[in-house]
Design a protein around this ligand. Structure first.
Ligand code: BGC
Length: 243
């Protein structure tokens, strides 16, 4: 099946047509920068001109969003306009574009792609996916089953959200070296391990392609691996969830 996978993020909105049999892209990957306001109006208008019109799309859409999503409706928006809260993404796609859509949390989407496409991930146990980008997205799979909307990027560290301390945005804003950022991220992992003792942690998001820069300095009790689909996992998993 062919599905348009969309990944709405705090810094970019990305999409591609995905073959849901194998996760392969059937179109180029298209990206536009998240408009400064990040408002639903601006982002939907970007989705229309950059993705739907450009790809001449009239099929099913799967959409990942950086916040809690329950039954296609946005319940939180930390790194994007608060105007999203209350928006039913599925309804919007139907009313504005006459397209069928399923919306899920972006980290849940990334996790779905990894769990389905990486045969080396154990089928049993607790698997955690952390997407490291503008925020810290987290998803948890227990014996292969997703526990949706886990928001461990908002655990408190040093009086603020963990994602303010250890995201890729924090690394860039504070001009941290890889060693400095890795030390912070290892503290975050220690916190996660204290809470849920995962068997494997998969690192995705924008920073995953630099895995070689920091993997040897990561301190953890469990196995840490790089997301097989790197930063495309969100697009692929969104498409999978809608198929
Ligand atoms: C949001 C999460 C999201 C993560 C990554 C966090 O700020 O609360 O829902 O998965 O950012 O985008």
């Amino acid at each position: 099946m062919e599905v348009l996978g969309i990944d709405i993020g705090g810094s970019g909105v990305k999409a591609a047509i995905v073959d849901t049999n194998n996760g392969r892209f059937l179109s180029e990957k298209i990206r536009f920068q998240t408009p400064e306001s990040g408002s639903p109006k601006k982002i939907f208008s970007g989705i229309e001109s950059h993705f739907i019109e450009k790809l001449n799309w009239n099929g099913i859409v799967g959409c990942g969003f950086p916040g809690v999503i329950i039954k296609n409706k946005v319940h939180s928006a930390a790194n994007i306009s608060k105007k999203w809260v209350g928006v039913n993404i599925k309804k919007f796609f139907l009313q504005k574009f006459n397209l069928k859509c399923k919306a899920i949390n972006d980290a849940d989407a990334a996790g779905i792609a990894e769990i389905n496409l990486n045969n080396e991930i154990p089928k049993k146990g607790t698997i955690m996916v952390i997407t490291i980008g503008t925020g810290l997205g987290t998803s948890i799979f227990v014996n292969g089953k997703l526990v949706p909307n886990i928001e461990f990027g908002h655990l408190k560290m040093y009086g603020d959200c963990a994602e303010k301390y250890a995201s890729n945005l924090a690394r860039k804003k504070l001009n941290l070296t890889w060693k400095e950022w890795t030390a912070r991220f290892s503290e975050y992992i220690a916190y996660i391990e204290l809470l849920i003792s995962p068997d494997v942690i998969i690192l995705g998001g924008g920073i995953s392609k630099y895995f070689d820069q920091y993997k040897s300095d990561l301190i953890s009790n469990c196995e840490i691996i790089q997301a097989k689909n790197r930063n495309n996992a969100g697009i692929i998993g969104a498409a999978f969830s809608a198929s």
